[in-house]
Design a protein around this ligand. Sequence first.
Ligand SMILES: Nc1ncnc2c1ncn2[C@@H]1O[C@H](COP(=O)(O)OP(=O)(O)OP(=O)(O)O)[C@@H](O)[C@H]1O
Ligand SMILES: [Mg+2]
Length: 415
Amino acid sequence: MDAPLLTAIDVGTTKICTLVAEMVSETEFEILGVGLEPARGMRKGVVVNVDEAGAAIRESVAKAERTAGFEIGQALVSLAGSHIASVNSHGVVGISGQRGIEQEDIDRALDAAQAIAIPHNREVLHVIPRGFTVDGQEGVRSPLGMHGFRLEVEAHIVTAATSSVQNLTKCVESAGVQVESYVLNPLASAEVALTDTEREMGCIVCDIGGGTTDLAIYIEGNVWHTMVLSVGGNHLTSDIAHGLRLPADLAEKIKIEYGSARARDIDPSELFSVTPFGEEQPVQVGKVDLAMIIEARVDEIFNLVLQEIKRSGYDGLLPAGIVLTGGTAQLRAIRSVASEVLNLPARVAAPENLRGLVDSLHGPQFSTSVGLLKWAARETLAAARAPLPGRRGNRSKTMDDGITKVSEWFRRLLP
Ligand SMILES: Nc1ncnc2c1ncn2[C@@H]1O[C@H](COP(=O)(O)OP(=O)(O)OP(=O)(O)O)[C@@H](O)[C@H]1O
Ligand SMILES: [Mg+2]
């Protein structure tokens, strides 16, 4: 029997990345198809032009299908934007009899936690258990099989604006692909960026892309807080374009070639030449001047991150610090600025140990894309392990058929 296939579409503000992979073992997959396409019709993580965004997604999917050699029917899709909101909620259910807690009871508790007032124009994206309490005993990681009369769950609930979700769904479906489910950007990035130890100790993952900065706080192994800020690397580019009076594409090139997030590290005698609007000859600009423009905005981004950490109430609970990823994490000295502003340890993370068609996938800008595949792999395994009737989620009949096949494949893997 064929190994299960994983398919993902990362719809970013600057690029669309479609990936197809094959699960080769419980912990490994091999990338078979890559479709990388510059994004169009997107702004700050959301679709602003359905026709253009749809066309870019179609191109990306077609490229991935060509390299993988087959058609993509459905995929996990990343979601971001300022319309995302998150809240922590509590659910309680009674357990009858002496049979021990079953998956069905956990599902009921999560449903109870989800019974919060959600405006009619919003929908629930994720309900993630943060921890359980059984008969007053707190800190239970997995209550399955435990005895008790009262099961409580603390859940992190992520909601999104229905209209934004529908616009993206329309674009993805125009490429002939069904959205299997949406995954919030920072949760996908965290799959790649964070180590188990960091999640346990407490840390924040910060994916700075082109149009958004995606945050997720992990404590005791679970997600405690998520947030999407509408600021990213494109703001740096437009600051440079305005500050040095350059066209946007030239500002982008200069940012990548000469940019740095910390002006005091730059030798004042270092210069580069550009031709601004209104000049006929190139002029010399100090790298330190460029760095000052960049530093102001990077400083602002990390101050927003700091505010968000404080607002969440979890400052002081993040000893493992901040893990930076996303395309803008490649900016020189960004790690030092993050560490200084937040007063936390900082490091930059990118996808590692990939197999297959991976030449173009090593940078931190691919953390969300590869993270989606990891998420899909985890869901596939969880579904294969769960008994068929009690399974949660919005999977279709065809998915369930697929999972039955995966269960068989998975059983063959077991010794
Ligand atoms: N070497 C570099 N130095 C600085 N910035 C860089 C570098 N390489 C890429 N970037 C920036 O990274 C950004 C793109 O990152 P990424 O691909 O993660 O964004 P995205 O996923 O398309 O967007 P988003 O997730 O915000 O919707 C762009 O703003 C680009 O200028
Ligand atoms: Mg991104």
